[in-house]
Design a protein around this ligand. Structure first.
Ligand code: AMP
Ligand code: MN
Ligand code: MN
Ligand code: MN
Length: 288
């Protein structure tokens, strides 16, 4: 079993809300020293064949990936899947159902923005969309920056598109159990993405971890671009308490927007089991 010193198992391409192609991401990841890479587009696996070929061309080990939107305790939670069979129709069908409704949601978001004087946001957001099935809040955020309404996307996500602010439209995503099953039925490992980002009470967080485990989830992101340094320790301890392996990923979206570049993260704490140790037979080695 090779040791991976720089695994980056979370990032986004133009197939969801990133700004780089799968090929450009692979080149950038390799250039940053990544030696095990996964592409994890939101609710989409349409970039995985391209990503796999690009990883091979770069001589970089590869895992299939996805980041599934889930509704849990009225909050949106993200579950990353790694190492599943990308040709399993149960995954494709499930994601297809989850994506449905994004178009109507986007039109409602634009209506709300129009009411506060921001016209043509739907058309404006669409210009940034690489995949018509996956219009997301990120694409609206880019439009609001382009038009000077906000100076950057983080200002957008303070003033707009979040609960209680203009442009927020609640949405029912997949259930936790369904998301975990789509991943595990295809031989993959399910991972709770960036747990520190959710606005869950301590009881709700305990329920998330417990129910995730009961459904067959096996890992949690510990070192991610979405966590602070103290949060690495908090979730390394949670991983141990719940008997979960740990994952590491930048959550890179764009050279212009992302604070954490591909592979630009500290190592996992030595107390945790790296998730790739559970995925030895699912890793696609270069030249395989
Ligand atoms: P959606 O799936 O349409 O609800 O969009 C969610 C996406 O919005 C996330 O995957 C992020 O890319 C982006 N996002 C959410 N909150 C923030 C934030 N505070 N700062 C920057 N991007 C954010
Ligand atoms: Mn995103
Ligand atoms: Mn996420
Ligand atoms: Mn992400």
């Amino acid at each position: 079993m090779p040791t991976y010193l720089n695994a980056d198992l979370h990032c986004h391409s133009v197939v969801s809300d990133g700004t780089l192609t799968p090929e450009a991401l692979a080149v950038r990841a390799r250039g940053k020293g990544v030696d095990l890479w996964a592409l994890t587009d939101h609710d989409e696996i349409g970039g995985l064949h391209r990503a796999r070929a690009a990883a091979q061309a770069q001589g970089m080990a590869f895992l299939t990936g996805v980041e599934i939107s889930v509704t849990f305790a009225s909050e949106t939670v993200h579950i990353v899947g790694l190492g599943f069979d990308a040709d399993d129709p149960r995954m494709a069908d499930g994601l297809n159902a989850t994506r449905g409704g994004r178009g109507n949601r986007a039109m409602e978001m634009a209506e709300q923005l129009a009411q506060v004087g921001i016209a043509n946001a739907y058309e404006g957001a669409l210009k940034y969309v690489g995949n018509p099935a996956l219009i997301s809040r990120t694409h609206f955020a880019r439009f609001l920056v382009e038009t000077g309404v906000c100076k950057d996307t983080s200002e957008v996500f303070r003033k707009y598109l979040i609960e209680g602010k203009p442009g927020f439209v609640p949405h029912r995503w997949a259930t936790l159990g369904d998301a975990v099953r789509w991943i595990t039925q295809g031989g993959g490992v399910a991972v709770i993405a960036h747990p520190a980002r959710y606005r869950l009470s301590a009881n709700e967080e305990f329920a998330l971890f417990s129910e995730f485990k009961e459904h067959g989830g096996q890992a949690v992101e510990v070192v991610t671009g979405s966590h602070s340094v103290p949060e690495y320790a908090t979730y390394a301890a949670m991983a141990q308490d719940f008997g979960l392996a740990a994952s590491r990923g930048s959550d890179f979206h764009s050279p212009d927007e992302s604070h954490t570049d591909l592979g630009d993260l500290p190592a996992l704490p030595s107390s945790v089991t790296p998730v790739w140790e559970l995925l030895a037979d699912r890793i696609i080695l270069p030249n395989a």
